[in-house]
Design a protein around this ligand. Structure first.
Ligand code: ATP
Ligand code: MG
Length: 231
């Protein structure tokens, strides 16, 4: 089994969109997938299909019911805040060791995709951040960033933090923002100059994640078996 952690330079950058694209592409090559959004905030009882876990279940081709949602997202909180704050509002906390153990559970699927929450340095509790979570798992990360003004510093800061914890970077996805000062290709070129050993790919504004260009070459070095035939 191979595991990839999908993180980002911030919230609402495109982690779920890119994870759905990966699900589609991996399934198209015959891989079976377990997709997780272990920690989610801003989750209310209505419109489960619009939550990240609902969107991931749909991409997997599974029905969206409470049991499946709980299996994808065991730690859900109502307030749309960072996990530490959202949990405290409910007098709860996220047991870090249990979170790590949940992500490492043995499964029969070929690939486990874990969508993080917010950006790399979001606190999960009073001691741990998303970065600590990725480092504890010892799995490669895919970093999703935007093309908005400010993304260069946000992205390179995130890369620096990931590297400081020896997290392997499978790639950087420049996911086109709604507004941007320059073509995303220019942003990608600058990032590639500063992070020469990590592949950088661009995803444009698309109507569905199924239309995303092929991202599997980024994952291939980390997959435990070669891709099956293309669909
Ligand atoms: N390349 C894209 N083309 C069109 N829409 C996109 C693209 N990427 C993201 N979006 C849309 O932007 C919004 C935010 O994206 P997404 O939910 O994937 O971000 P996220 O990083 O998962 O956010 P969160 O931090 O809440 O988990 C969603 O409505 C999504 O459909
Ligand atoms: Mg998301």
């Amino acid at each position: 089994m191979s595991t990839i952690f999908v993180t980002a330079s911030g919230t609402e950058i495109g982690k779920t969109f890119v994870t759905c694209a990966l699900i589609h592409q991996l399934r198209g090559h015959g891989y079976s997938i377990r997709a997780l959004k272990p920690v989610a905030t801003g989750v209310t009882d209505d419109a489960q299909d619009l939550t990240d876990s609902g969107i991931l279940l749909k991409a997997l081709g599974h029905p969206i019911d409470s049991e499946r949602v709980a299996a994808v997202s065991p730690w859900q909180f109502r307030e749309p805040l960072s996990p530490d704050m959202a949990a405290e509002r409910e007098d709860r906390h996220i047991p870090f060791d249990d979170l790590v153990a949940f992500c490492c559970e043995e499964t029969e699927e070929d690939v486990t995709l874990i969508e993080g929450i917010g950006g790399v340095m979001v606190p999960l509790d009073r001691q741990h951040t998303v970065l600590d979570w990725i480092a504890a798992l010892s799995v490669p990360a895919l970093l999703v960033t935007g093309s908005y003004l400010g993304t260069l510093s946000h992205t390179l800061t995130a890369v620096g933090m990931l590297r400081a914890q020896n997290v392997k970077l499978a790639g950087i996805i420049v996911n086109e923002s709604e507004t941007q000062p320059v073509d995303p290709g220019e942003t990608a070129d600058v990032l590639a100059r500063f992070v020469a050993d990590v592949p950088v790919r661009i995803v444009g504004r698309l109507d569905t994640p199924e239309r995303t260009p092929d991202l599997l070459p980024l994952l291939e070095p980390f997959l435990s078996r070669a891709a099956g035939p293309a669909p």
